[in-house]
Design a protein around this ligand. Sequence first.
Ligand SMILES: O=C(O)CCC(=O)C(=O)O
Ligand SMILES: [Fe+2]
Length: 348
Amino acid sequence: MGGLSMDQAFVQAPEHRTKANLADADGIPVIDLSPLAAGDKAGVDALAAEVGRASQDWGFFVVVRHGVLAETVARALEAQRAFFALPADRKAAVRRDEAAPLGYYESEHTKNVRDWKEVFDLVPREPPPPAAVADGELVFENKWPEDLPRFREALEEYAEAMEELAFKLLELIARSLGLRPDRLRGFFKDQTTFIRLNHYPPCPSPDLALGVGRHKDAGALTILYQDDVGGLDVRRRSDGEWVRVRPVPDSYVINVGDIIQVWSNDRYESAEHRVSVNSHKERFSMPYFFNPGSDAMVEPLEEMVSDERPARYDAYNWGNFFSTRKNSNFRKLDVENVQIAHFRKDRS
Ligand SMILES: O=C(O)CCC(=O)C(=O)O
Ligand SMILES: [Fe+2]
C-alpha cells in the first residue's frame, strides 16, 4: 500500500516512538467561529480572547463553524484520494526535485528519520517564474497530474477558501495580542503559503515509525484538515506528555507556527507535534501552511517589545529559512536543520 516498505530508515529512536494507548488531548479548546459571520464587536472580542488563551496554553486549537463550504472540502478530499490511488509511475511523473520542490514526494525526512507517508505539495499562488534561475534558487511552479481533470479545479477552489479563513484567523491572533486587526496582513503580500496533501498508508510497524516525526511548523499558521482516523499527536505544554488530537467532524486544527512565536516575542509558543501511524487504516490530512513573503524579516513586533520584555530573537529572513529547511527535509543530512532557537538572543 502506497509503495512504502518498512526498513531501517523509518525507525525512530526509542524515546521518540509512539506509546500504546495515548491519552486524548481533552483540554484542546474547540472554538466556534460563527461570531465572525455575525460580526458584532463583543462577540469577536470574546472570540479573540479564546484564541489568545488557546495559543498561550496549547499553541493548538480546533475551529468549528468556520465558514468553509462542506462541498469545497469534499471536492478537495476526493481529488486527494484519487491522486494517491494513481499507479506509482503516474505519481512519479509529477515528482518534486531539489530545484522545483512542488509536486509528489514519498521520501521526506523529519529530523533525519524517514516519514511513513507520501505527499503532494502545491502553492495557491504561483510567483512569476524568474527570468533566469540563480544557483540554489527554488522554482515554485505547480505540477498538475495529467488525466485527473477535476484535481486542479478542486484544489484551487479549496485554496481560495483556505486563504479567506487564514486571514480571519490572522486577524483574531492580532486582536488577541492587542494589535490592530490588520497589523499582520502586510507580511502576506507575496506569500509563500503552500498546501500539502498527506497520505499515510497502513504501516506494518507503527510502534517504530512515525507518519511525520516530531517537529514544529516553521511558518505563521497551519490550518489542518484531518480525516476521522486520528494520529495527530501534540506535546502538551503543561506536562510535556504526548496526547492525541481526536478528530472532530467538520473542523480544522489550527496551530501557531514559529513565526507567530517570534512576532509575539514568546507570548505564544509553537507546539511540537507529530503523526502516529497504524497498521490497519490509511489516513489522509491536508495542511495549509500560511507563510509570509520570502523577503519578510521575522523579528518580535515592536508592540511586543518593552524594557521589561526585551526582544528575545534576532531578525531572520523568512525566504532563507524556508529554503534551507526545505532542502534539509529533502534528504538525510548530517547536521541539525535550521530552527528559530538559532536566532534566540539568550542561546548559550
Ligand atoms: O497529518 C497531520 O495530522 C499533521 C501533519 C503535519 O504536522 C505537517 O505536515 O506539518
Ligand atoms: Fe506540522
